[in-house]
Design a protein around this ligand. Structure first.
Ligand code: FAD
Length: 395
């Protein structure tokens, strides 16, 4: 465990660090801060883990040969270790290794991007054609022109169990949490920061703002990034041959289906032994997180059912359940991590691929809050990278 920081509650401070939002990133930040001996208070408008934000629905993919960019690979390698550390401290089962298939045309973003990351970081992988995939992983059907990159260093994490474990560990280490209370405002003040929630003002030396889909809702001044929220659905189907979908036979997958706008199918092995979760990530219109329609409509199920008919014929294409989930996107779909003003760090814009990194992002937040710097390579995620674009768009 890292050396504890001195926690002098002089000057009317309530805590060293105030964490706003206790979902994926906030729960992990709270845990990593409490582990270092910082006094820390966390706030959430709901009772995490909950199904109102971006971190619910049984499973999240974790994979290493990262098609979104080789710069993510060192972070995900560290995240694997931290997930295991959280399991060790809490006794919870969070990470299951299954391997992963990145499927698509050889020139697709998913396949070409994953291979580029594998090459740059010398990651073990194999490239399989459609027949090779079918021989090894019988549930899949690829189109004639498609291939798949397989890597063993991948699997899924259980989001609800991960958040619950991090919060429980943080509380056991002395963190205080206030749930069911929305923070209204986070403001820098001389010598620290103030957080207003439920008619009370809290003072800390530093605040970590990680409110997910609500980051762009005016909680904090100085976050000059256009963050958008989209409504996504995850849909569960019943297999005809459950053994084909067991975690030891069915890797997680991402399938670049192509088209314009591009469609991505993704899926998991069966977590409950009875159903299989599939998603189709589509570009949808931005929405107000306060006004999201959380009901499931027949149209919400169509893309996933169509994907199942095309690519996973062992699944009965009649959906058995579905859930709405909010996705908070940054303009370039890369993360937004760093200070926006002295005393305030934001963790935002995780753009549909952040959960796997949550414990390492939480540890980076602890670095920034307690030391003002981190040794991890986070310059590409700087909130300031959009400043000139916002300025340009106004001109
Ligand atoms: C459908 C879907 C599938 C995904 N699949 C994957 C995947 O397979 N692998 C992967 O790595 N990532 C995946 N992601 C992305 C990942 O789930 C998110 O990047 C991650 O969960 C975001 O975490 P967060 O902490 O930013 O948000 P959240 O976990 O939503 O946390 C934000 C918290 O802030 C709280 N809050 C909001 N406003 C306030 C306020 N004013 N005061 C106090 N608290 C507040 C909320 O209640 C919430 O608890 C997926 C996302 C979606 C939508």
């Amino acid at each position: 465990m890292s050396k504890p920081v001195a926690s002098q509650m002089d000057g009317g401070m309530d805590a060293d660090v105030l964490v706003v939002g206790l979902g994926a990133m906030g729960s992990m930040a709270l845990w990593r801060l409490a582990r270092r001996g910082a006094t820390v208070i966390g706030f959430d408008r709901f009772e995490p883990p909950h199904a109102m934000g971006s971190s619910h629905g049984e499973s999240r993919i974790i994979r290493t040969a990262y098609y979104e960019g080789p710069g993510y690979v060192p972070l995900v390698l560290e995240a694997f270790g931290l997930w295991r550390e959280l399991e060790g401290e809490s006794g919870a089962s969070i990470l299951t290794m299954t391997g992963a298939l990145m499927i698509g045309d050889p020139t697709s973003d998913v396949v070409a991007g994953a291979l580029a990351s594998a090459k740059e970081h010398r990651l073990e992988h194999e490239v399989l054609d459609g027949a090779g995939v079918r021989r090894r992983f019988a549930r899949h059907r690829l189109l004639d022109h498609e291939v798949a990159m397989y890597e063993a260093a991948a699997g899924f994490v259980r989001p609800e169990a991960g958040i619950a474990a991090a919060l429980a560990r943080a509380r056991a280490l002395g963190a205080r949490t206030f749930t069911g209370q929305a923070v209204d405002r986070v403001e820098p003040v001389p010598g620290g920061v103030e957080v207003r929630a439920a008619g009370r003002t809290w003072r800390g030396r530093h605040a970590v703002v990680c409110a997910g889909a609500w980051n762009g809702a005016g909680l904090v001044a100085g976050l000059n990034v256009k963050l958008e929220v989209t409504r996504q659905c995850m849909v569960w189907f019943r297999p005809r041959t459950p053994a084909l979908h067991a975690p030891n036979r069915a890797p997680v997958f991402v399938h670049d289906i192509g088209g314009s706008p591009a469609l991505f199918g993704y899926g998991f092995p069966s977590v409950d032994g009875e159903t299989v979760k599939i998603g189709v990530a589509a570009k949808t219109a931005p929405q107000d997180p306060e006004a999201i329609d959380r009901k499931i409509h027949p149209a919400d199920l169509e893309a996933a059912a169509q994907y199942v008919r095309m690519a996973l014929p062992d699944l009965d294409p009649t959906p058995v359940r579905a859930v709405v989930c909010l996705q908070e996107n940054s303009p370039d779909r890369h993360f937004v991590i760093g200070p926006i003003t002295p005393g305030i760090t934001v963790l935002a814009g995780f753009s549909g691929h952040g959960f796997k990194f949550a414990p390492v992002i939480g540890d980076i937040a602890a670095d920034l809050a307690l030391q003002g710097m981190t040794t991890r390579s986070i310059a590409p995620f700087s909130p300031q990278r959009f400043a000139h674009k916002l300025h340009g768009s106004r001109a």
